[in-house]
Design a protein around this ligand. Structure first.
Ligand code: PXP
Length: 379
């Protein structure tokens, strides 16, 4: 184990993500064979360590202890209390700040010291920046799949045949989208059976079929063979999909639907709220993916609430990845709130519809897709 995270902090910290970043740092520095210990603790504990080993008073954000042993590069101690305060001052998340402190501690282990003078401080800052870029290059860019349901909503408003979601699917693909998503609802309020069949025939990327776990829909999926099915809850009166699937409460029936779709050669994603029970149940029923319902994050009315929801998404994305599930995310995402989620390396796919189709009314669909691609890919 090249990097080991020891968590002594009483609150939650993204242990899995820290571990992965530490591994990437070692690789980026050509030190993949070395070991690195990371202790995450609170202000009281780091103040004690600061006093005992460096003779300094009070807490600090990070301390590095280089080691001379051949296999061990050193120990990095981080205070999550201080990291949390610094994150809130800088308007970033705890996870982001912990990563920055880890990089800072790592550069100290490599022999740099910003306290040695202004030149040394500049050199250290440059090195941190270089490492940040190097490890972000290892990040796999998430895919952007576009939901074209609301092109069909406009068509259905007049009951005619324009605009055609099949044409929309071709345009989003030409603009660079990684996939097309349609939700065939039981009441056929927007997407029609013919749309699904034609997009299946014409799509050059991937087709995701969102549907309820009913016999009717499973039969259609088995015949049309989308690249993946996302199972969603469906209520007739709802405006859009409200809330995630209750996998934990319906394990038997959802497990059965997953098995039937898998038997037809179709991988299955489950649209779930970011909750421990739902993620664990998704692993148990044999799904290949989860799609985290981002509605609570997107609709948060205060920055504090949004921060809590963001951290919950990071935590659940990490847990799902550790369970071997691929992680997608979607619902209510727009041009302002997607960027932060795109930085979570565990989320490998975004499913976005309404915001892109709404912007397309003013800018054109091609432009609206390209703008969202920039946000998701961070380019
Ligand atoms: N993912 C799922 C499972 C959905 O049901 C929807 C809404 O159809 C979306 C993503 C896209 O949500 P939005 O239209 O708010 O971007």
């Amino acid at each position: 184990m090249p990097a080991m995270v020891i968590n002594r902090y009483p609150g939650w910290i993204p242990e899995g993500a820290l571990n992965r970043v530490a591994g990437r740092l070692l690789r980026a520095c050509g030190l993949a064979s070395k070991e690195l210990n990371i202790l995450v603790t609170d202000d009281e504990d780091i103040a004690r360590i600061n006093q005992q080993w460096l003779g300094r008073q009070g807490p600090t954000n990070v301390i590095s202890f280089p080691q001379d042993e051949t296999d061990l590069l050193g120990d990095i101690v981080i205070s999550a209390d201080t990291a949390r305060r610094e994150a809130s001052e800088a308007l970033t998340g705890l996870g982001q700040r912990l990563m920055e402190l880890l990089i800072h501690g790592m550069v100290h282990l490599l022999g740099e010291d910003h306290e040695a003078g202004p030149e040394e401080a500049k050199r250290m800052q440059r090195k941190e920046q270089e490492l940040k870029i190097l490890i972000s290059k290892e990040n796999i860019m998430a895919d952007l799949c576009i939901n074209v349901d609301h092109i069909a909503t406009i068509r259905q408003a007049r009951g005619g045949d324009e605009p055609d979601p099949v044409a929309a699917a071709a345009i989003v693909e030409l603009a660079g989208a990684d996939g097309v998503v349609v939700h065939l609802r039981e009441d056929r309020r927007h997407i029609q059976d013919r749309d699904v069949r034609l997009i299946r025939e014409t799509a050059k990327t991937r087709l995701t079929l969102e549907m309820a776990a009913t016999d009717e829909m499973i039969a259609i999926a088995t015949e049309v063979k989308p690249d993946i099915v996302t199972l969603v809850p469906e209520k007739r009166q709802e405006l859009t999909t409200e809330g995630g699937l209750d996998v934990a409460g319906l394990e038997q029936s959802i497990g059965d639907a997953v098995a039937r779709l898998n038997d037809a050669g179709i991988p299955v994603s489950l649209f779930v709220d970011p909750e421990v029970d739902q993620i664990k149940a998704s692993g148990r029923v044999g799904a290949q993916c989860i799609e985290i319902h981002t509605g609570r994050y997107a609709e948060a009315k205060t920055a504090e609430k949004q921060e809590d929801e963001f951290e919950q998404i990071v935590k659940m994305a990490t847990m799902a990845t550790d369970l071997g599930l691929r992680v997608h995310a979607g619902h209510g995402l727009n041009y302002r709130n997607t960027g932060r989620l795109a930085a979570i390396s565990e989320i490998v796919e975004f499913s976005i519809g309404h915001a892109i189709i709404a912007r397309a009314a003013f800018t054109g669909l091609d432009q609206a897709v390209r703008e969202m691609l920039k946000i998701v890919k961070g380019t």
